[in-house]
Design a protein around this ligand. Structure first.
Ligand code: MF3
Ligand code: CO
Length: 252
């Protein structure tokens, strides 16, 4: 069942989204060789508390951290660790902010120091595919139009889209209907209507889209060990087109 949000509810989710966007902008300043993802995780916990918000991932189905921090071949649900990030790594930080019971969800990929041209291209293509998906999130289109736009652009650039994790509706719960795959056919799936709030969160791999799950039962990594990147926004579907609730501003 898809839970439609009122304009007032979307406004509350936007407040959560603004805090989340600000958190990512702070993380961007912290990322450098030598910092650990656990330091970032601790920062996020404290920063959110200072803004009167909560890290919704903590305690979610037993997950223990404020953030997911997925380094290099990790696709998603990487555990923050005390291990230092190295020059040339890429890391996706994913988190869900709860402000007064309303949630927003956004992941962002970061370059650590100087990264390879291939890693840079992966990040650029993944981010662009997110925005091409968002462009399709207009009333009257269908979920498949979002999916297809993401997949087409990613594959035209020689990369692959992860199948096993999808975007989702979001509101007072982290995961609501409908699912938003990042691959599929145009004109298929649920029709988009005013007041739907969705995440679009493509995970893009340099090699195969196939993955394996670590012994920790959470962390997904590429089967071939090649790099993976992710960008995610929470968006609201309105009469004025998609509104990015987790927008970080023009320079992002
Ligand atoms: N933010 C993730 C998503 O996009 C959820 C991570 S799972 C968690 O849906 F348990 F870590 F929260
Ligand atoms: Co999500």
């Amino acid at each position: 069942m898809i839970i439609i949000k009122t304009a007032e509810e979307i406004e509350m989710m936007k407040k959560a989204g603004e805090i989340l966007a600000d958190t990512h902008k702070e993380i961007a300043k912290m990322i450098k060789p030598g910092i650990s993802t656990m330091e970032i995780d601790r920062f996020v916990d404290e920063y959110l508390a200072g803004r009167g918000a909560i890290a919704a991932q903590k305690g979610y189905h037993g997950y223990q951290y404020a953030t997911c921090a997925s380094v290099n071949d990790e696709i998603c649900h990487g555990f923050p660790s005390e291990k230092e990030l190295n020059d040339g790594d890429i890391v996706a930080i994913d988190m869900v902010v709860d402000l007064d019971g309303w949630l927003a969800d956004s992941a962002w990929s970061y370059a650590v120091g100087n990264i390879s041209d291939e890693a840079k291209k992966l990040m650029d293509v993944t981010k662009k595919s997110l925005y091409l998906g968002i462009e399709q999130a207009v009333i009257g289109n269908r979920i498949g139009d979002i999916s297809h736009a993401v997949q087409t652009y990613v594959e035209a650039n020689g990369f692959s889209v992860v199948r096993d994790f999808v975007g989702h509706g979001i509101g007072k719960s982290m995961h609501e209907d409908p699912q938003v795959p990042h691959y599929g056919k145009p004109g298929r799936g649920v029709r988009l209507s005013e007041g739907m709030v969705l995440t679009i969160e493509p995970m893009v791999n340099i090699g195969t889209y196939k993955l394996k799950i670590d012994d920790n039962k959470w962390t997904a990594r590429t089967l071939d060990g090649k790099l993976s990147a992710q960008y995610e926004h929470t968006i609201a579907i309105t009469n004025d087109g998609p509104i990015i609730l987790t927008d970080q501003g023009e320079d992002r």
